[in-house]
Design a binder for this molecule. Structure first.
Ligand SMILES: Cc1cc2nc3c(=O)[nH]c(=O)nc-3n(C[C@H](O)[C@H](O)[C@H](O)COP(=O)(O)O)c2cc1C
Length: 307
């Protein structure tokens, strides 16, 4: 009897342990999918006449931890202004190439690198007040990620129109949202665009190298420091290093082998570019890799890091 009870106990224990492990893993995987890659300084700037775009804007701002800024028209749109089956104000503006409806509020975009720009679709494109916004502030150097709501029309035409309105601007493809879209759709939108946004190049002796960046918090924090010019010190005939003034988040591991072109963080503030391949026992947080890095010679060098 004792033996039978013991076997039952072992079976239950084994079963519950393996089941538990599996459950935990699934939970972790789900959390990973839901995890937001927190991007640089970002704002959601939106216009909404009847509240649909506003709701999506609020959710993007909350999930991406961005500031939320409404574009408030000087003359608010009444429901009569929006009766598109008549000769309403909105229709007249959309048909008038020169219409630039005034914006009531001042918007400070200076501190943002990424701007999620939201609007409803009016007659297949963005409302004219969005052009007023682009005319009012200098968006050069910023990444604009458009989003819209509509009855059914996609965002593509409006994005093409915005790009041809000001070809100096960096306007991503964007996305149309429906009010029934769940959080996972919004999170995917934020993360997909964040990957597009993080890019870095280094310039050494007038030669520009593109860096294949890792997708981690260290990179997100480093990007915020750009542009920067560092006098990097030579060490051991295989690396150039510089101690940054501020610490970055770390997730260090022992790579065992350093590859020529690796960019690593040693400790929490020592930025290192390796220009030789060798075995190592040290731990680093990986930042990225340069595919075609030249031999950097055996002296200190000036390196420019930029977006
Ligand atoms: C003047 C006007 C024109 C519109 N044109 C279109 C259109 O071309 N295609 C479409 O799918 N929806 C169109 N709509 C519907 C709006 O895009 C849709 O209701 C949107 O979600 C409203 O957003 P809001 O509540 O943030 O203002 C139009 C609405 C108005 C008022």
């Amino acid at each position: 009897m004792k033996k039978i009870l013991l076997s039952i106990f072992i079976l239950i224990t084994l079963f519950s342990f393996s089941g538990c492990g599996k459950k935990e893993n699934n939970k972790e995987d789900n959390n990973k999918e839901q995890e937001i890659i927190n991007n640089s300084n970002s704002a959601v700037i939106y216009f909404s006449a009847t509240g649909t775009t506003k709701t999506i804007a609020e959710r993007i701002a909350s999930l991406s931890k961005s500031d939320l800024i409404e574009i408030v028209p000087e003359d608010a749109y009444t429901s009569k202004d929006l009766e598109y089956n008549s000769d309403c104000r909105a229709n007249r503006e959309q048909n008038d190439i020169n219409a630039r409806p005034k914006i009531k509020n001042k918007i400070d975009i200076s501190k943002y690198d990424i701007i999620y720009l939201g609007y409803p679709i009016w007659w297949g494109t963005n409302p004219k007040i969005i052009l007023t916004l682009l005319d009012s502030y200098d968006f050069t150097g910023k990444v604009i990620i458009p989003f819209c709501t509509s009855g059914s029309t996609g965002i593509e035409n409006s994005v093409n129109n915005l790009r041809s309105y000001n070809s100096n601007l960096n306007i991503k493809d964007g996305k149309r949202f429906s009010s029934i879209d769940k959080d996972d759709v919004i999170i995917k939108f934020i993360n997909d665009n964040n990957e597009v946004v993080n890019s870095m190049k280094v310039i050494i002796n007038n030669k520009e190298y593109q860096v294949n960046l890792e997708n981690n918090e260290t990179v997100n924090s480093l990007i915020k420091l750009l542009p920067m010019e560092l006098n990097m010190k030579e060490l051991n005939g295989n690396e150039k290093y510089y101690y940054l003034d501020s610490s970055l988040p770390t997730n260090s591991y022992s790579p065992k082998r350093i590859n020529k072109g690796d960019i690593m963080l040693y400790g929490d503030n020592c930025l290192v570019i390796f220009y030789k391949t060798f075995d190592t026992s040290y731990s680093y947080t990986k930042i990225g890799h340069i595919d075609n890095l030249d031999d950097l010679g055996n002296s200190n060098i000036l390196v420019k890091f930029d977006k």
